[in-house]
Design a protein around this ligand. Structure first.
Ligand code: FES
Ligand code: MG
Length: 579
């Protein structure tokens, strides 16, 4: 166990300044709560628990949060707290364009400011869809209040005519079959009814599943919470337990600063690698770590990935199982227990106990899904970090989802200036491309996208699909969905929009990808490279106002987590004056 819990008094609660004192402001604060039908017994001297809710009608992964918030409240009331629900920007992966990533930092800012400006003593964070776990945690770490994360949980497995369908992965797979002429338009359309069967997040081992697991491994969830299917009755019970626990966390003053250490961050990275998690986790975890004042760079991911076996046999790395199967196999607790030799079990968690204590007694019920350490799906974790003349500040490849034959490959570049250019020309029969070509996409990074959209799994050109080609080397400053697969080099930094070497590639240039040696190079003469750099002209500014302009001015490159420079750890923001 860590330090002994210290107990706060009611007068030491942050909310005491709003509700507990006798001045004209507190008169207003109390009387306006009475306006809602509450009595003073409902709130006076109690921890105020802000429930940050990312529900909306379009936040389909979070459809159950409307009632989950009530289930959290039930727990808060039971434990003697005062719950207040605070709606926050519901970042939706499916609907927000050009990329939900453009809004991750907005939700992070909003979480922090909701917490600080209101009389909150502790936070319950309701999130799960890709950008929401990192955003909520980033904001909560900056706010510095005790917090607990309620993961939305995966939706039920897809089912179409008795066939198991996985979110994202099967969309890509069957769309390629449609384009190759192997399934009919009617069959494709019919799949829409079977691929998303309940509320909850994507149920492949994509970004949502990865980030929920990472937050649990970091110590910010109740044990096992991250793998409970959204539609299982265990899910509302977990939400209620979170409501009870956060009240005690406030009294115990279990702030993130007391709870988290560098080991918590390494545990999250380790779990991500052994899970074969989404490449999106890399910028998210870097941004989260930096908000907590911890070190995390790309090389740490590579080092941990080399050390840790990939033991979760889930799509898109494996070819059968989904998150519902993972839960029945023992879920996140069983997975982390198996990974124990690679984790720091002394890291503390929101339960008040250590990670090791939380994992005691966990059992694995299906060794095909949660593999033994000596029979992994892949001997190393799923990710490699590349550097070289094409990516001086790094690039990422998900080796577990790539064709092993392509991991050391040299081929001529086929360059697309941006996403529209790619869509316009990719299927053109006249496009000069072979299976050995390297597809290059520009203008898809943090600024160029903007928001680093998930365009990195460029489609295979139709004429190659018809020849049976299903994978080729692709290269961009974009991200890709955690449910995507293929030999896609992503997150190239610096991005093309700011003049990174990706901006200088020309059609026919040879590009060498060498994953065993962790390198990515443009095979042209250095003098030629310099000449092209000198002649490079920055693209015109497309966004002169509003959120996107703020984003362009302040977003960091992918290797630094894409946070805003002014939001990263710095001197603490003072508590608000209450006048
Ligand atoms: Fe929300 Fe995939 S769309 S998790
Ligand atoms: Mg996704």
């Amino acid at each position: 166990m860590g330090d002994q819990p210290r107990r706060k008094t009611a007068e030491q609660l942050r909310s005491h300044r709003w509700f507990g004192v006798d001045d004209i402001r507190a008169f207003g604060h109390r009387s306006r709560l009475l306006q809602t039908g509450l009595s003073e017994q409902d709130f006076r001297g109690k921890p105020v628990i802000g429930i940050i809710n990312t529900w909306s009608d379009l936040s389909v992964c979070h459809a159950h949060f409307r009632t989950r918030a009530d289930e959290v409240k039930r727990g808060v009331w039971q434990a003697g707290g005062f719950p207040v629900e605070l709606p926050a920007h519901p970042v939706t992966e499916q609907y927000q364009k050009p990329s939900s990533m453009l809004y991750r930092n907005l939700l992070a800012m909003e979480t922090e400011e909701l917490a600080r400006s209101h009389p909150c003593d502790g936070l319950v964070l309701l999130g799960g869809c890709d950008k929401t776990p990192p955003a909520l945690v980033m904001g909560a770490l900056s706010a510095g209040l005790p917090c607990i994360f309620v993961p939305a949980g995966p939706m039920l497995s897809g089912n179409w005519h008795g066939k198991k369908l996985g979110s994202g992965s099967d969309v890509w797979k069957y769309h390629a079959e449609l384009r190759a002429g192997n399934i009919s338009q009617a069959q494709w359309k019919d799949m829409e009814t079977g691929i998303a069967r309940s509320f909850g997040t994507c149920m492949t081992a994509g970004t949502a599943a990865t980030m929920m697991l990472a937050v649990e491994a970091m110590g910010l969830c109740l044990p096992g919470a991250s793998s409970i299917p959204a539609a299982d009755s265990a899910h509302p019970r977990m939400a209620t337990s979170c409501g009870r626990r956060i009240v005690d966390m406030v009294w115990e003053d279990e702030t993130p600063a007391r709870l988290l250490t560098q080991a918590s961050i390494d545990n999250a990275v380790t779990a991500t690698m052994a899970f074969g998690g989404s490449t999106n986790a890399i910028p998210h975890l870097i941004a989260m770590a930096r908000r907590g004042g911890f070190q995390l760079d790309l090389e740490r991911f590579d080092a941990i990935s080399r050390r840790v076996p990939l033991i979760a046999n889930l799509r898109p790395n494996g070819d059968t199982f989904l998150m519902e199967d993972f839960f029945y196999a023992g879920g996140a607790r069983a997975f982390l227990a198996r990974l124990a030799p690679y984790l720091d079990l002394n890291a503390r968690t929101v339960t008040g106990a250590t990670l090791g204590e939380n994992l005691e007694g966990a059992e694995i019920y299906n060794e095909e899904i949660i593999r033994p350490l000596d029979r992994p799906l892949q001997a190393e974790g799923g990710v490699a970090i590349l550097r070289g003349t094409l990516a001086p500040r790094g690039a990422v490849i998900k080796t577990s989802a790539a064709d092993p034959k392509l991991l050391a490959h040299t081929g001529p570049a086929v360059v697309f200036e941006d996403y529209n250019d790619m869509n316009a020309r990719l299927d053109d029969p006249a496009l000069e491309v072979t299976a050995d070509s390297v597809l290059v996409l520009r203008q898809a990074g943090p600024q160029g996208g903007p928001g680093m959209p998930e365009w990195g799994m460029m489609p295979i050109p139709k004429k190659l699909l018809k020849q049976g080609v299903r994978d080729m080397v692709r290269l961009s400053d974009a991200r890709m969905s955690g449910t995507s697969y293929g030999t896609c080099v992503l997150h190239v930094a610096p991005e093309s929009h700011v003049g990174g070497p990706l901006a200088l590639v020309r059609n026919g240039d040879l590009i060498r990808l060498d994953v065993p040696n962790r390198s990515l190079d443009l095979l042209i003469d250095p003098a030629e490279m310099e000449a092209r750099r000198a002649a490079w002209v920055a693209p015109p500014v497309r966004y002169a106002r509003g959120w996107t302009a703020l984003h362009l001015q302040h977003v960091r490159q992918a290797d630094e987590g894409c946070d805003f420079d002014f939001l990263e750890a710095g001197s603490a923001t003072p508590e608000p004056e209450i006048h």
